[in-house]
Write a protein that binds this ligand. Structure first.
Ligand code: ADP
Ligand code: ZN
Length: 769
């Protein structure tokens, strides 16, 4: 008997193995231990039976045998296995890439202290070339690879995102082996922070208070008494329509388009309760649980023990337990981030995707899937209702709603008819003329913040750019301080003696030099500003204010994020400065002012979604103001006050924005009117990247020859032309039929299989930068 197995190795497709007669035949979804090269790995059975002919054309005799069958029943539910297979195919990834999302976590490496970073080694394009070359005579630039070096490169080739050096040491690769590979440019070493989600510790305490002790029969737990408040009329009719959909128990997608503060969460919870009462289960996806602990807490409150919360901040042990409880059927409601779309939940009747427009649904490594879109496929296969919720729907979802593919349900008013924030636009060109070119907070914003302080209210100040200064340049030679590995300038962080310049892509950091590294000139000037500078400016303008900052730098330390959020909630912070993190889903009733320092940060980017992103961010952040009894105000500073995404966000006019943006997308032939695929080729040389991209483009055109079903743009140097020491080129493919694009892509890559590992394919990219 032959089986097809997915093994957790990047880029690999299904592999065929034989089940020896003395082993019990496994079922789809069971784990099996199989030989792979010189290793043995644990994989998942995806299909029973397999092609008799293996890839190499050899007969069945050459198929290797399964070593062990670990499960007599499906470990992963077969429908989830099928979903993973779909995901791999759709996103042009190896099936193996999806396995980490399917399995409960395995203990990974040592427990590094959360305050520390961990050293990670990753193979470079040159490393991959060297590995390929060493299949023949093993020479790189005149030097042979040692067995150890080859072995290390082999392991690293299997995990392009990198492997902690501690893990490599455990596998017997000496640190000087890595050092030598790094000096030859075959391996890059970087420091990664150890990701810990503070919600795991502090959030648990919050939930503890809300949930109360376990004990009562969970199946009998009624909806919490706090839930029997009166729904608004709009909530009532939205819920009625959604319940009609779920009770039909058929696949349907509904877009719940509700303005900020319209009470979407309440609708989700009541709908979930109805679905659960009908004996089916609920999957609720949220962009980032750490940023919206309140939603998870409300679900806990409503569903007690029968809810599982899945996110990256849980320890491996906790995640493992949660996974097992879901698999056993002890869970009715799963609340989780992107990868929870693969939760082993059966009898799913409802899938909710909250803040469906959010970019964190898209995974930025292979498989580059969008959790929202996979959720829709899962719903379709399960015959479930999928609810996409947002105040600022993605162009894709709204397009589907107006064309009738999705049901559109609208919440136009805030609860208690609270008004949306009134918005004041400050034209910074006027502010510069009046107050000088260095002004960061306009007079209107300074006064607005002071007014909130006087009234004992709170303010949020948004700038979607981290750091203190965003560039350093020399007044003598105009040279800039750039990253040696990436084509970006270094960003200044910290103040005084702690001041350093850091690359936001590879983390390369240097002390701020006294003199220009190019001409030794003594006049180094800082330009541009980020959140750290804004924080300093607010403290400066309002010395009595208690100011804190929320961005990726400020929340690096474990527990810092939820500490800041709860201090702000408790009123121990008056002004919170931050990046888009402060715009997400928070419900702070005492915030009456939202300041946006540079509304146009994102508009400068040459990305087809720049306007959509800007509109969403401004609408969402303005939506954080006035959610309590007091009306809210937003002050938006910009250099382009007439830009439509700023104008219409300020008027909170989504339909007008949609129409305007659709006209642009139509004219420029961009999604949602057609599909695009972004292909990036990495290489150790500029010419190499461009030549290989040109070759791919040529092959794509050849695959389409005479049919005119796809459009191939490029090759061109990628906007981020150099990253971590590698050059990058780009090819963009457009077409109305994704399948045609994928077929052309398969044909093109099949002609250059050795390119596979140096090519990044992004289907339905959220950004082409
Ligand atoms: P959205 O997610 O649509 O921005 P939320 O679900 O966060 O809005 O609701 C906004 C606020 O209104 C929350 O504080 C919520 O508890 C409250 N709320 C929601 N529905 C009602 C209701 N029917 N009656 C009273 N308060 C409500
Ligand atoms: Zn860099």
């Amino acid at each position: 008997m032959l089986i097809s197995v997915a093994v957790p190795v990047p880029n690999l497709d299904l592999l065929t193995y034989r089940v020896p007669d003395d082993l019990a035949p496994p079922v789809v979804g069971a784990r099996v231990v199989v030989p792979l090269g010189t290793r043995t790995v644990t994989g998942i059975v995806v299909e029973i039976g397999g092609p008799v002919e293996t890839a190499g054309g050899a007969g069945e005799r050459d198929v290797k045998s399964v070593a062990r069958v670990l499960d007599t029943e499906a470990f992963v539910p077969p429908e989830v296995v099928a979903l993973a297979q779909w995901t791999a195919e759709y996103y042009a990834a190896g099936v193996g890439d999806t396995i980490p999302a399917l399995l409960p976590p395995m203990a990974r490496g040592g427990r590094a202290d959360a305050h520390k970073t961990t050293r990670v080694a990753a193979i470079t394009a040159s490393g991959l070339d060297a590995l390929d070359a060493s299949a023949g005579p093993a020479r790189v630039e005149g030097r042979a690879l040692t067995v150890g070096q080859r072995g290390a490169l082999d392991v690293l080739a299997g995990t392009p995102t990198g492997v902690p050096t501690a893990e490599l040491a455990r596998r017997g690769f000496a640190s000087d082996t890595l050092g030598r590979l790094a000096r030859q440019g075959l391996v890059s070493l970087r420091q990664d922070r150890v990701d810990r989600d503070p919600f795991a510790s502090d959030g648990a305490a919050v939930m503890g208070q809300i949930v109360g002790g376990p004990g009562s029969d969970p199946t009998l737990t009624p909806i919490d008494t706090g839930r029997d408040r009166q729904l608004t009329d709009e909530q009532t009719s939205a819920l009625a329509r959604l319940e009609a959909l779920t009770s039909a128990a058929r696949f349907r997608v509904a877009l719940l388009h509700g303005v900020t503060g319209s009470g979407k969460t309440e609708v989700y919870i009541r709908l979930s309760a109805a679905v659960r009462a009908a004996g089916r289960r609920v999957l609720m996806l949220v962009p980032e649980i750490a940023l919206t602990p309140a939603v998870a807490a409300l679900f806990r409150q409503a569903f007690g023990e029968r809810v599982a919360i899945q996110h990256s901040g849980l320890s491996d042990g906790e995640r493992h337990d949660q996974w097992q409880r879901i698999r056993r059927g002890d869970i009715d409601v799963v609340v989780g981030t992107r990868s929870a779309v693969f939760a082993p939940l059966e009898h799913v009747g409802l899938i909710i995707v909250d803040e469906e427009h959010d970019a964190s649904y898209k995974q930025d490594e292979s498989p580059r899937y969008n959790g929202r879109d996979v959720a829709i496929v899962r719903g379709q296969r399960a015959g479930a209702v999928v609810v996409l919720g947002s105040a600022t729907p993605s162009m894709e979802s709204y397009h589907n709603a107006v064309s009738g593919r999705y049901e559109r349900i609208v919440l136009e008013r805030r609860v208690f008819d609270r008004p949306l924030a009134s918005v004041i636009i400050v034209d910074m060109r006027e502010a510069y003329a009046a107050e000088g070119p260095d002004v960061i907070l306009s007079r209107a914003l300074r006064e607005g913040i002071q007014l909130r302080l006087d009234r004992g209210e709170q303010a949020l100040v948004l700038l979607n750019r981290r750091g203190f200064a965003t560039a350093v340049f020399c007044r003598q030679c105009a040279g800039t301080l750039d990253c040696p590995n990436c084509s970006v300038s270094l960003v200044v962080h910290g103040d005084g003696a702690a001041r350093r310049a850091r690359c936001h892509y590879c983390n390369h950091a240097v002390r701020l030099p006294q003199a220009c590294p190019h001409c030794a000139g003594p006049y180094l000037e800082q330009a541009g500003f980020g959140t750290e500078r804004v924080e300093a400016e607010v403290k400066n303008a309002c010395p009595d204010a208690r100011v804190a900052r929320l961005d990726r730098d400020a929340t690096r330390r474990r527990g810092a994020l939820s500490a800041v959020l709860s201090k702000f909630r408790d009123g121990r912070i008056d002004v919170l400065v931050g990046t888009q993190m402060i715009a997400k889903g928070h419900d702070f009733p005492r915030v009456t002012l939202v300041g946006v320092v540079s509304a146009d940060v994102g508009l400068g980017l040459a990305d087809f979604r720049a306007s959509e992103r800007t509109f969403q961010l401004l609408t969402q952040v303005a939506g954080r103001a006035g959610r309590g009894g007091q009306p809210g105000e937003a002050i938006v500073q910009t250099l382009y006050p007439e830009h439509y995404s700023i104008q219409l966000a300020c008027r909170q006019d989504y339909p007008a924005f949609f129409d305007k943006e659709m006209a642009f997308r139509r004219a420029m032939r961009y999604p949602p009117l057609l599909s695009i695929v972004n292909i990036v080729v990495r290489s150790r040389t500029f010419a190499g990247a461009l030549d290989d991209a040109a070759d791919l483009a040529q092959r794509l055109r050849a695959a389409d020859a005479g049919r005119d079903e796809i459009r191939v743009l490029g090759p061109a140097p990628a906007p981020l032309g150099r990253l971590r020491g590698e050059y990058r080129s780009q090819v963009l493919v457009k077409g109305t039929h994704r399948r045609k694009i994928r077929e052309a892509l398969q044909a093109a890559i099949a002609g250059r299989p050795e390119l596979q590992r140096r090519v990044i394919v992004d289907i339905d990219p959220l950004s082409v930068l």
